[in-house]
Ligand binder design. Structure first.
Ligand code: SF4
Length: 114
C-alpha cells in the first residue's frame, strides 16, 4: 500500500486536498528539519522520507499542528498516522535500528497522551 493510502486509511485524511498554500508552516523549531507543508508534499509523492524526518517526532510540532490547515486537513491526525507507520515499519525491519529517535517507549502519541 502506498504511503498516501496508509495515511488516508489510518487518519481518514486525503492529502490530495492540499493546495500547497503553505499556511501550515508554523514557526520553525530546533527539532524541525522540514516544514509541515513539505511533509504533506512528501506524502503526496509517496516518498517515505516523510517517515524519517525529525519534524515527525517533535511533540511541540504535533501539538501546534492542530487546526493549522485552512483547507480542513487534520494535520495532527496525519502526523499520528505517520508515526504509527514509522513504528510499524521499524518493527518489520527488526533487528536494525529504527529510523526515528527512541523515546523510551514506542508510542505515536506524545508523552502524557495515550
Ligand atoms: S495548510 Fe493545508 S492546504 Fe495548505 S499547504 Fe498545509 S496541508 Fe496543504
Amino acid at each position: 500500500m502506498s504511503l498516501r493510502s496508509v495515511v488516508k486509511k489510518n487518519s481518514g485524511q486525503d492529502v490530495h486536498l492540499c493546495h500547497a498554500c503553505n499556511d501550515c508552516d508554523i514557526e520553525a523549531r530546533d527539532e524541525m528539519d522540514i516544514p509541515l507543508s513539505s511533509l504533506v508534499q512528501l506524502i503526496l509523492l509517496n516518498d517515505e522520507e516523510a517517515l524519517q524526518c525529525r519534524t515527525l517526532w517533535s511533540d511541540s510540532v504535533l501539538e501546534a499542528s492542530r487546526g493549522v490547515c485552512k483547507r480542513g486537513l487534520d494535520i495532527h491526525a496525519v502526523l499520528i498516522a505517520l508515526r504509527e507507520e514509522s513504528i510499524r515499519k521499524a518493527g518489520d525491519d527488526s533487528p536494525s535500528s529504527p529510523p526515528f529517535p527512541r523515546r523510551g517507549r514506542e508510542s505515536p502519541l506524545p508523552s502524557g497522551e495515550g
